[in-house]
Design a protein around this ligand. Structure first.
Ligand SMILES: Nc1nc2c(ncn2[C@@H]2O[C@H](COP(=O)(O)OP(=O)(O)OP(=O)(O)O)[C@@H](O)[C@H]2O)c(=O)[nH]1
Length: 230
């Protein structure tokens, strides 16, 4: 069991002045200033667990597919603009029979990463049904991101990148193709969500809204043509 402690920490704010924030520690290695719940959703076998393991541990879970039973979570602390953001990431079971279990968790989530598999047409076709569920069960202002996973499986691809982009545009959500195997865009997806949530939480009334689409595009461009953010 983790012990929690709280300490006052001097932090530099954006305008250079100093303020005290309450830094909390879930464990010795896991201190944070602010915490958010993120859920991974999508059909069974699209790669939700693998994307989470890639982000958390930097590894790929190859080999035999073991479906998630019910729901599980892992924490990761990332630093956004000098603020330590803890993401509590819930990995849900994609199988239909666990749907009623996962519905109960929707309302607590501040962000949802919705995945399909670029080699599975049915997983892409089901995205609309997932979005209907999200609108039914999740908070109204939840951050949603669409991810087309397994982008490394070039020969088996059945869903074009443009199809993913079009669907995301229709629903007004950001989109990326990811690969849990190579790691492409996995960190960017979680960091973009963390930045958006942190900006919402710390936003001053006269401050402009964080533009998650622009941030993703700028990060993609940073790596140029061949660096992986595509
Ligand atoms: N090539 C490739 N294989 C992947 C990738 N992501 C996941 N896989 C494979 O796809 C299978 C399913 O991955 P999981 O992460 O267990 O899928 P899931 O969405 O969590 O499935 P449920 O727990 O049933 O909801 C596994 O055999 C993985 O090794 C990827 O990016 N590229």
């Amino acid at each position: 069991m983790s012990t929690r402690k709280a300490s006052l920490k001097d932090k530099e704010t954006n305008n250079g002045t100093s303020r005290y924030v309450l830094e909390r520690c879930a464990s010795v290695n896991e201190c944070f200033d602010i915490s958010f719940k993120v859920m991974l959703l999508g059909d069974s076998a699209v790669g939700k667990t693998c994307v989470l393991v890639r982000f958390k541990d930097g590894a790929f879970l190859g080999g035999n597919f073991i479906a998630t039973v019910g729901i599980d979570f892992r924490n990761k602390v990332v630093t956004v603009d000098n603020v330590k953001v803890k993401l509590q990431i819930w990995d849900t079971a994609g199988q239909e029979r666990f749907r009623s279990v996962t519905h109960a968790y929707y309302r607590d989530a501040q962000a949802l990463l919705l995945l399909y598999d670029i080699t599975s047409k049915s997983s892409f076709d089901n995205i609309r049904a997932w979005l209907t569920e999200i609108h039914e069960y999740a908070q109204k202002d939840v951050v949603i991101m669409l991810l087309g996973n397994k982008s490394d499986m070039v020969a088996e691809r059945v869903i074009k990148r443009e199809e993913g982009e079009k669907l995301a545009k229709e629903y007004g959500v950001p989109f990326m193709e990811t690969s849990a195997k190579t790691g492409v865009n996995v960190e960017l997806a979680f960091l973009a969500v963390a930045k958006d949530l942190k900006h919402r939480a710390a936003k001053q009334p006269n401050e402009p809204k964080f533009q998650i689409h622009d941030y993703i595009e700028s990060q993609k461009q940073k790596s140029g043509c061949c660096g992986g953010y595509m």
